[in-house]
Design a protein around this ligand. Structure first.
Ligand code: ATP
Length: 342
């Protein structure tokens, strides 16, 4: 339905004014975001990589100013590789407090789901005990599951064919799922990889590269981009790169370019594969009875890509933002409001 509506005049509405929440802020010792079973209320923003979860969390927090964000992206937990793992840059956080974002130093071991459960669990308790609203944001559905279920068994892979998902959760959750039609998302993800490289991903990976650890797949070394560029860096040691001043001969240039293109292709493939897996897991959780509200951000991303492709024609920057506001932000604000008033 959203595919042929891009030129409709309704997109030229002004953005909604900043709205303040209606409920009073309580004293610091009175946790007020609790339901009638005395469970802590938690907003959970889900979605595949690249669908705008971080943006939505910041947009929501302007409507609910006492929001605080807990990261649930497996790779963004670690300190380092900010561009490669797509951490939301500091200026875009607009002063909203983020937890578990780049807080783990251990890159020689994986953070386990049970570790995440306890770290995020105590973070949520702290946030709620100060009367603030916790927002969980990130793409790791394994971690989200481990955190939210009433009883967690680290021995069981709930996403395996034979398993089933429990609907007994330890928080009162409001699930917001940002979804984008696959044909549009996959195209966008490839463009995003190119943009990440333009903004310094290769340089970041070159600095991170450690020839003694090539092939070691733990912690942050699992981030998409690290294994894919290992072969490239092994062949073309970072200090030989043109960026560092060494001019390669023409033959070498050719094969270097090929190795680069190969890594780029792998990164794009693996990013699309990750997104597909994530969507599969979200569907599994929904089948298991987790009550998601789905928002379709397809039209937003179509407008965003239209803008990128027609940079010469000075396409209106605001168009995609308006669509995003109307189709994702406004309806999710309504849902969160209702949820908090329940
Ligand atoms: P799985 O059970 O497959 O680990 P999951 O839902 O627990 O899935 P995901 O967040 O989907 O965890 O991450 C799986 C893999 O996807 C990571 O190990 C990493 O290779 C890649 N990945 C995930 N998030 C990022 C990211 N922000 N940056 C780079 N790579 C990522």
């Amino acid at each position: 339905s959203s595919f042929h509506s891009l030129d409709s005049p309704v997109f030229h509405r002004p953005l909604p004014l900043h709205r303040r929440p209606r409920w009073p802020r309580m004293g610091s010792s009175t946790p007020h975001h609790r339901n009638n079973q005395n469970k802590t209320k938690l907003i959970v923003i889900m979605g595949a990589t690249g669908t705008g979860k971080s943006r939505l969390s910041i947009d929501l927090s302007t409507h609910f100013p006492h929001s605080q964000i807990i990261n649930s992206d497996k790779m963004q937990l670690y300190n380092g590789l900010d561009i490669t793992t797509n951490k939301i840059p500091l200026p875009e956080r607009k002063g909203v407090q983020h937890y578990l974002l780049g807080e783990f130093d251990s890159i020689d071991a994986d953070v386990e789901p049970s570790q995440f459960r306890s770290a995020a669990g105590s973070t949520i308790a702290d946030i709620a005990s100060r009367g603030n609203l916790p927002l969980l944001v990130g793409g790791s559905n394994t971690f989200i599951h481990a955190l939210l279920v009433e009883t967690f068994d680290p021995q069981v892979d709930v996403f395996a064919e034979s398993s089933s998902v429990s609907r007994a959760l330890r928080y009162d959750c409001c699930f917001l799922w940002v979804d984008v039609a696959w044909s549009v998302l996959s195209e966008y993800l490839c463009i995003r990889v190119d943009e990440m490289l333009d903004s310094g991903m290769l340089e970041e990976l070159a600095q991170f590269y450690d020839p003694t650890k090539a092939g070691v797949m733990v912690g942050l070394r699992k981030a998409i981009g690290v294994p894919e560029f290992d072969a490239y860096f092994r062949k073309y040691q970072p200090w030989e790169s043109p960026e560092n001043g060494v001019v390669p001969n023409k033959d070498r240039d050719q094969s270097r370019r090929e190795a680069y293109e190969e890594a780029l292709r792998e990164i794009k493939d693996n990013t699309c594969r990750l997104a597909k897996r994530q969507i599969g897991k979200i569907l599994r959780l929904r089948e298991g009875g987790w009550d998601f509200t789905r928002f379709d951000a397809t039209a937003t991303f179509q407008a965003l890509m239209k803008k990128k492709q027609s940079s010469a024609v000075a396409a209106p920057e605001l168009e995609w933002r308006e669509i995003w506001e109307r189709e994702v932000v406004e309806p999710s604000v309504k849902i969160v409001k209702r949820f908090l008033e329940e």
